[in-house]
Design a protein around this ligand. Structure first.
Ligand code: HEC
Ligand code: HEC
Ligand code: HEC
Ligand code: HEC
Length: 446
C-alpha cells in the first residue's frame, strides 16, 4: 500500500513537471512584444510576406484540419486524460508560438481572428537566438523579442528599422528541427524530419533544409533594399503542394518475361527510388499520411485485373498491405464514445503496398493522434536516395485476351487517410496526389 502511494506521487510529479515548465515559459511575454507579419510585410518585406502568406507556415493555426484536430480531438482529450493534459497548451508551441509564449492557450478559435492566427510568423522565426540542450525538438527555442532580428545573412545586411544579428543557426537545418522534431508525452519521436535528415546523405554533404525549402534566387530582400544573388525565398513547400510531392519517387516497372500464355505466370518487379527528399518519404505528420502502390493489368480486350503485392515476410508487414480492418479507436476518448469501434484503417484497394510507419496508442492500437502515441510498428518508408524493390506475381487468368497486355503501376499519396478525413469532416485532406507512374507490356499468346 505504502509503495503504491509513493509510486502514485512520483507519477504525478512526472506528469506535472513538464507542464509546470511549459507554463513557466508561457506568460513571460505579452503580445505587444511581437510585431505582426503585416507590420513586416506591408512596406518593407513585401515579397517575402506574400510568399510566406501562401505557405503552410501562415496557416499553421488556421488551416481547417489543424483547427479540427486541435479543437475536436486534442483539447477534449487533454481534458480527459492527465497523461496528455499538457498538449492543450503545447500544440501551440509550434503552431502558434507567439500565443504560446504569452500564455494565450488554448487560443480563441480561428474565426475570432486573434493573434494566434499569425501562426508561424516572421517574428516566431526571426527572434529565435538558439535552442536549449543538444537536440532541437519540441519548440525548445530561446526567443528574444526586441529590435534585434536574427537571420543567416552576415554583417553586410542593414535595415533602417531594426538591427540584424547574423547566426549560424538560421543557416542550418538544426534551426528547423526546433519544430520539425517532436516527442510525444509518452517519449516517442512522433516527428523526426530533422533527425532523418541528420542521419541521411544530405546533411553529410552539407545540404540544408533551406536549400530545398527556401531556395536561393537573385532578389531584393526588402523594398528599396539591396539585391542579393542568393536571397532565400520563403516558399516552404511540402506535402500540400502537388508539384513538390510529384516526382519525389522515381518509379520503374519491368516484367521477367516478354510473352506468356493464359494460365501462365508473369512476375513484375518495381523499383522505387527516392530522388527528391532530404528525409524519409513520407515525413513529418507520418501518423496521417498514406503512400500506396497500385498495380493493374489491362488485356487487349480492355479487361482490368488488380495485382496484389507479393508478401516479403518481415515483421509487422501486415500494416504495409492494405486490408479491410478497423483502426483509430482512440479518437473515441475525445469524442466521448468509449466504445468507438474505429474507422477503416487504410481506405485504399486491398492488397496494395503501403509505405508508412504505423503509430500505436498506449493500448497498442493504430492511431493518428501523435500526442497519444507510445510506440511504432515497422518503419516501411523510403529513405533519402534509398531504393525499395517490390514484386507482383501475376497468375494470368485463362480468360485473358490474346495480344498486348499493359501493366500500370501508380504511386499515390494522401495527406490524411480517407476514412479519417471523411469521419472528421475534412474530405479535402484526402485528395489523391499522384507521386509517379510507369507502365510496361507483355504479349499474351494463344
Ligand atoms: C516555430 C516552429 C517552426 C520552425 C522553426 C520551422 N517550422 Fe516548418 N512548420 C511548422 C509548422 C507548425 C508547420 C505545419 C503547418 C501546418 O499546420 O500544416 C510547418 C510546416 C512546414 C512545411 C510545410 C509542410 C507541408 O505539409 O506542406 C515545410 C516545407 C516546412 N515547415 C519547412 C521548414 C523549414 C525548412 C524550416 C527551417 C528553415 C522550418 N520549417 C522551421 C513550424 C516550424
Ligand atoms: C519558419 C521560419 C521563418 C519564417 C516564418 C520566416 N522566416 Fe525569414 N528567414 C528564415 C531563415 C531560416 C532565414 C535565413 C536562411 C539562410 O540565411 O540560410 C530567413 C531569412 C530572411 C531574410 C533575409 C534573406 C536573406 O537572403 O538574407 C529576411 C529579410 C526575412 N527572412 C524576412 C522574413 C519575413 C518578413 C517573414 C514574414 C513574412 C519571414 N522572414 C518569415 C526563416 C523564417
Ligand atoms: C534534398 C531536398 C530536401 C531536403 C534537404 C529537405 N527536404 Fe523536406 N521535402 C523535400 C521534398 C521534395 C518534399 C515533398 C515530398 C514529401 O512530402 O515528403 C519535402 C517534404 C517536406 C515536408 C512535408 C513532409 C510530409 O510528408 O508531410 C516537411 C515538413 C519538410 N519537407 C521539412 C524539411 C525539413 C525540416 C528539412 C531539414 C531537416 C528538410 N525538409 C530537408 C525535399 C527536401
Ligand atoms: C514540435 C512542434 C509541434 C508540436 C508540439 C505540434 N505540432 Fe503539429 N505539426 C508540426 C509540424 C512541423 C507539422 C508539419 C509536418 C508535415 O507537414 O508533415 C505539423 C503538422 C500538423 C498537422 C497536419 C497538417 C497537415 O500538414 O496535414 C496537424 C493537424 C497538427 N500538426 C496538429 C497538431 C496538434 C493538434 C498538436 C498538439 C497535440 C500538434 N500539432 C503539436 C509541429 C508541431
Amino acid at each position: 500500500m505504502k509503495t503504491k502511494r509513493a509510486l502514485n506521487v512520483f507519477m504525478i510529479f512526472l506528469f506535472t513537471a513538464p507542464l509546470l515548465l511549459a507554463q513557466e515559459m508561457e506568460r513571460s511575454f505579452s503580445y505587444d512584444d511581437f510585431r505582426t507579419p503585416e507590420y513586416c510585410g506591408t512596406s518593407c518585406h513585401v515579397q517575402f510576406y506574400q510568399q510566406w502568406q501562401q505557405s503552410m507556415m501562415a496557416q499553421a493555426y488556421t488551416h481547417e484540419w489543424d483547427e479540427v484536430e486541435y479543437f475536436k480531438l486534442a483539447v477534449p482529450h487533454a481534458d480527459r486524460d492527465e497523461n496528455v493534459a499538457a498538449v492543450k497548451h503545447e500544440c501551440n508551441g509550434c503552431h502558434a508560438p507567439i500565443s504560446f509564449l504569452v500564455g494565450d492557450t488554448p487560443p480563441p478559435k480561428p474565426a475570432m481572428n486573434s493573434r494566434a492566427n499569425e501562426s508561424v510568423s516572421c517574428e516566431a522565426c526571426h527572434l529565435i537566438t538558439g535552442f536549449k540542450g543538444d537536440t532541437p525538438f519540441n519548440f525548445n527555442y530561446i526567443m528574444e523579442p526586441g529590435k534585434k532580428k536574427y537571420s543567416g545573412r552576415g554583417t553586410d545586411a542593414k535595415s533602417p528599422n531594426h538591427e540584424i544579428v547574423a547566426t549560424e543557426l538560421h543557416k542550418s537545418g538544426d534551426f528547423c528541427g526546433i519544430c520539425h522534431n517532436e516527442k510525444s508525452p509518452y517519449g516517442a519521436w512522433v516527428k523526426s524530419t530533422h533527425l532523418e535528415w541528420k542521419e541521411g546523405p544530405y546533411a553529410k554533404e552539407g545540404v540544408q533544409c533551406q536549400d530545398c525549402h527556401m531556395p536561393k534566387a537573385e532578389y531584393a530582400t526588402a523594398e528599396m533594399g539591396r539585391v542579393y544573388k542568393d536571397a532565400r525565398l520563403h516558399l516552404f513547400h511540402g506535402a500540400h503542394d502537388p508539384g513538390k510531392v510529384g516526382g519525389t519517387i522515381e518509379l520503374r516497372i519491368n516484367p521477367d518475361i516478354e510473352m506468356a500464355e493464359p494460365g501462365g505466370v508473369a512476375k513484375f518487379t518495381i523499383h522505387l527510388f527516392n530522388q527528391k527528399t532530404g528525409h524519409k518519404f513520407p515525413s513529418g505528420s507520418v501518423e496521417d499520411r498514406i503512400v500506396w502502390l497500385h498495380v493493374e493489368a489491362v488485356d487487349a480486350a480492355g479487361n482490368v485485373y488488380h495485382l496484389p503485392v507479393d508478401k516479403k515476410g518481415f515483421e509487422g508487414e501486415e500494416y504495409t498491405i492494405a486490408a479491410d480492418v478497423l483502426a483509430y479507436q482512440d479518437m473515441g476518448i475525445a469524442l466521448d464514445k468509449p466504445n468507438f469501434k474505429g474507422v477503416q484503417r487504410d481506405g485504399v484497394p486491398i492488397g496494395d503496398r503501403i509505405f508508412r510507419m504505423p503509430y500505436f496508442d498506449p493500448q497498442g492500437r493504430m492511431t493518428i493522434q501523435q500526442w497519444n502515441t507510445k510506440s511504432f510498428g515497422v518503419d516501411y518508408r523510403i529513405g533519402p536516395r534509398e531504393t525499395i524493390t517490390e514484386t507482383f506475381t501475376f497468375n494470368i487468368p485463362f480468360e485473358a485476351a490474346p495480344g498486348k497486355m499493359k501493366v500500370n503501376a501508380v504511386l499515390n499519396y494522401q495527406k490524411l487517410v480517407k476514412p479519417v478525413a471523411d469521419f472528421l469532416g475534412v474530405p479535402d485532406e484526402a485528395d489523391i496526389m499522384i507521386v509517379n507512374n510507369h507502365s510496361t507490356e507483355i504479349e499474351i499468346i494463344d
